[in-house]
Design a protein around this ligand. Structure first.
Ligand SMILES: NC(=O)C1=CN([C@@H]2O[C@H](COP(=O)(O)OP(=O)(O)OC[C@H]3O[C@@H](n4cnc5c(N)ncnc54)[C@H](OP(=O)(O)O)[C@@H]3O)[C@@H](O)[C@H]2O)C=CC1
Ligand SMILES: O=C1O[C@H](COP(=O)(O)O)[C@@H](O)[C@H](O)[C@H]1O
Length: 488
């Protein structure tokens, strides 16, 4: 294998191997890494779950997951190699004695990567059981899924529990947005192009919009989602991570802590939103029945398992101010929701107008330059510019035009890997740059808790919006009262 020199063999222990995340994302991503030749030839995948399963039964569980969730036709050669890496251990994660069976299969000369695709409430217990069974070595790693807690206090409890057994350098907190190709490209765009490096502050930028629109609803996850809402599910983690990458100062280098030091500084600089300013700066919404692609879809309160009087938000729009030297006076508008017309995530940086308008006879105000980073789908980067329309007439007619770098057109032969593929590879390689440090998670919770608290104290229910629309009308007012408008 090409990769054998680049990494040590791993025992990738997948706790919760029969769960939704493992089947939908983790096993397919491991398969893709194997197909790309990026797993060490000796690396093994140790699936762990409660039920006693024979090796054959486990292989058929994995095979079913791959057949369902790998989008292209499976490659026979990879499949044979991948299946040979699989080992199954049945144990109750809370039963320390059961871990002897795990101890029997892991190898001392392999790096043990423990992926917790389980409820976060048992992360600490699993760590304790690993320790009790002498399964933690200095190079053992642990990967934690989100959400880490539901507020600052509960996240600190979970972080403390894990920290009792693992050093921060062994802990990999997943935020799958950091594994997305376009999110990584954001760093390259900012720091590998002098064009942007010198124009990235309040002297040149008017405001920034970050939209993460989801077409899906809550996908049968009422029990989880109704306790979370869009603020905990998407903003506390994914949107704040993206915002931090857009807003951070240049890191000293690309090392994990250099990048994380800069991101946490941004999160610490977010102006608090609380009871005093909650109405000017936030709008929360909840979808009602509507139509998506011409088909009727139920409202949030009609979803399976729904509770009729839930006030949980399925949409949120925020005006966020960053109180630091670079961004003073430049608002960041964030909006994210479920059951919006289509899946569409992008960052749009609006530049200020030139200091003097030479074209004022035709344009009272020139349309601004805009840099759009399309996160998904149709990944790419676009710049809106003004150009003169060719012609001999005396009027200097201008037109907005776009320089469009579509990834699928530009990198025709490159497959865009799923975010989890990148993240699983990085944790096997021992690179924490794309994982979230404890102080980032806790600062993000601190900022979000204040909003959640102000929402809880207000007597206002979320504003309704029909499924298949761009959110409540009030979200339009949030930005138009600043003299700006959402990107269409
Ligand atoms: N699914 C998703 O898309 C996403 C999930 N996540 C996070 O990933 C984690 C896993 O989520 P998901 O896969 O959806 O959850 P699931 O409930 O589908 O899977 C969790 C798995 O853990 C097993 N498990 C739980 N407790 C024990 C125990 N004591 N002993 C043995 N097995 C146990 C369950 O087994 P059993 O069925 O036998 O109870 C189940 O197979 C959660 O933290 C979630 O928040 C994060 C982002 C997206
Ligand atoms: O973490 C989560 O992310 C998904 C959205 O991820 P994407 O990669 O499809 O943009 C979201 O639907 C889910 O509710 C949330 O838990």
């Amino acid at each position: 294998m090409a990769s054998d020199s680049a990494m040590k063999p791993c025992d990738f222990v997948l706790f919760g191997t029969r769960g939704d995340l493992a089947r939908r994302k983790l096993l397919p991503s491991l398969y893709q890494l194997d197909k790309a030749g990026l797993l060490h030839s000796q690396t093994r995948i140790v699936g762990v779950a409660r039920q006693p399963l024979s090796q054959e039964e486990y292989l058929s569980v994995v095979s079913e997951a791959l057949n369902t969730f790998v989008k292209e036709t499976l490659c026979d050669e990879t499949l044979v190699r991948f299946m040979a890496r699989l080992v199954y251990v049945g144990l109750d994660f809370t039963d320390s004695e059961g871990y002897q069976a795990l101890r029997d299969v892991v190898q001392e000369d392999h790096v043990m990567v423990n992926y917790f695709a389980t409820p976060p409430a048992i992360y600490g217990t699993i760590c304790g059981c690993l320790q009790a069974n002498n399964l933690i070595q200095p190079d053992t790693r642990v990967v934690l899924e989100k959400p880490i807690g539901h507020d600052l206090a509960s996240s600190m409890v979970i972080n403390d529990q894990v920290a009792a057994y693992f050093e921060e350098s062994q802990i990999y907190r997943i935020d799958h947005y950091l594994g997305k190709e376009t999110v990584q490209n954001l760093v390259a765009l900012r720091f590998a192009n002098s064009l942007f490096a010198s124009k990235w502050d309040n002297r040149t930028i008017d405001h920034v919009q970050i939209t993460v629109a989801e077409e899906v609803g809550i996908e049968g996850r009422w029990d989880y989602f109704d306790k979370a809402g869009q603020m905990r599910d998407m903003i506390q983690n994914h949107l704040l991570q993206v915002l931090a990458l857009v807003a951070m100062d240049p890191p000293v280098n690309l090392n994990a802590d250099s990048i994380r030091d800069e991101k946490v500084k941004v999160i610490k600089s977010l102006r608090p939103i609380n009871q005093e300013n909650i109405y000017e700066n936030t709008v929360r919404g909840q979808y009602t029945a509507g139509f998506l692609k011409g088909q009727p879809v139920p409202g949030y309160l009609e979803e399976e398992g729904a509770n009729l009087d839930s006030n949980t938000e399925t949409f949120a729009a925020l005006r966020v101010d960053i109180d630091n030297w670079r961004w003073a006076g430049v608002p960041f508008y964030l909006r994210t929701g479920k059951r919006m017309p289509f899946k569409h995530s992008e960052i749009v940086v609006h530049f200020k107008n030139p200091p003097h308008n030479l074209y004022r006879d035709s344009y009272r105000q020139l349309p601004p330059n805009k840099l759009t980073i399309r996160l998904q789908p149709h990944e790419g980067v676009e710049i809106q510019m003004m150009n003169k329309v060719p012609g001999l007439d005396q009027t200097q007619r201008l037109q907005t035009t776009k320089l469009d770098l579509s990834f699928s057109d530009t990198f025709k032969n490159e497959r865009i890997a799923d975010a989890y593929e990148r993240l699983l590879l990085e944790c096997m390689l021992g690179n924490q740059a794309l994982f979230v440090r404890r102080d980032e998670v806790e600062q993000a919770w601190k900022w979000c808790d204040s909003i959640l608290d102000a929402w809880a104290r207000s007597n206002e229910p979320p504003k309704s919006y029909p499924a298949g629309t761009w959110g409540p009308v009030a979200s339009v007012a949030l930005i138009t009262r600043d003299g700006r408008s959402w990107e269409e």
